[in-house]
Design a protein around this ligand. Structure first.
Ligand SMILES: Cc1cc2nc3c(=O)[nH]c(=O)nc-3n(C[C@H](O)[C@H](O)[C@H](O)COP(=O)(O)OP(=O)(O)OC[C@H]3O[C@@H](n4cnc5c(N)ncnc54)[C@H](O)[C@@H]3O)c2cc1C
Length: 251
């Protein structure tokens, strides 16, 4: 089958880390064009004679290699069960051109940055936080990771490093909904905002005067959170009319 070498690079799998039965990090050596933290690439495999590709956010910072992609296996999905079966040395096609607008260059000036993710949508925030820019631009940064079970709280070492290096500037909260989990908020992200619990724990006001909010992941969480924030006077960011909410939906 013909794959356009100008568009696709034959990446080499250098590692596949299995966090749980469904959650994996795929590390790939590939040549991609420069990208901005928060953007996504595309991964592809030839399946039944056809190149099947899907978008995946970069977890690595733009300067880091190998590329790091964090994905969940969708049991009935076309691509993800095959990605989870890759072995070091296998080829995975990687789009040479990254894309996307879920980046800090789209986010207006503010004092506080709130980063709200469900599941694998933690990835773009880790890429952003691995760069210098957010730490230079914002007084305080709050990262919230919403998952169902404690084992799904992945990349804890990376997050702990942010906590160590930026102790006075950074806070992390987990929201774990299906089982009790140490200090995690026991409710979904929208509920944690609505009830005031997130602001209380962060000891920071979530108001449009001071805050920018980036939201990524499950479309239901994105929709519910945007609606709640709009009730508080937040507006979605658009090129011509800057607001305080920047979103990316994964499906
Ligand atoms: C901009 C963008 C960036 C993305 N980045 C990531 C990423 O970093 N990591 C990642 O895991 N996925 C990411 N996705 C989703 C990814 O592109 C695929 O849709 C997903 O991996 C399923 O592919 P598939 O071929 O196995 O399933 P398909 O056969 O394409 O089935 C699609 C269905 O899978 C479900 N689904 C898709 N993504 C998820 C998910 N993350 N969690 C639960 N259910 C899901 C939905 O029901 C969707 O309708 C991103 C999507 C977009 C639009």
């Amino acid at each position: 089958m013909n794959i356009d070498p100008a568009k696709w690079y034959p990446g080499q799998v250098v590692g596949l880390h299995r966090w749980t039965n469904a959650l994996y990090s795929l590390r790939v050596q590939a040549e991609v064009e420069p990208f901005e933290a928060g953007q996504f690439g595309r991964l592809g495999l030839v399946l039944d004679g056809e190149l099947v590709t899907r978008p995946y956010s970069f977890v690595n910072a733009p300067s880091e290699r190998p590329l790091d992609f964090y994905f969940i296996v969708v049991p009935e999905g076309k691509l993800t069960p095959k990605l989870a079966a890759l072995q070091p040395g296998d080829t995975v096609w990687v789009a040479r051109k990254p894309s996307g607008f879920f980046t800090l260059s789209q986010v207006p000036v503010a004092r506080f940055l709130w980063l709200l993710a469900t599941g694998t949508a933690l990835g773009p925030f880790l890429s952003i936080l691995k760069t210098e820019l957010p730490w230079q631009r914002f007084e305080k940064i709050v990262l919230v990771h919403g998952v169902r079970a404690c084992a799904e709280l992945t990349y804890q070492e990376t997050i702990a490093r942010f906590q160590r290096v930026h102790a006075n500037q950074f806070q992390f909260f987990a929201s774990v909904t299906r089982e009790p989990c140490l200090e995690a908020l026991p409710i979904r992200i929208p509920r944690a905002i609505e009830s005031g619990l997130l602001e209380e724990r962060a000891d920071l006001p979530l108001d449009p005067k001071d805050s920018q909010v980036m939201i990524c992941g499950n479309p239901e969480m994105v929709k519910a959170t945007v609606a709640l924030l709009q009730n508080r006077g937040f507006r979605e960011n658009a090129r011509k009319s800057p607001g305080q909410i920047t979103t990316e939906r994964y499906w």
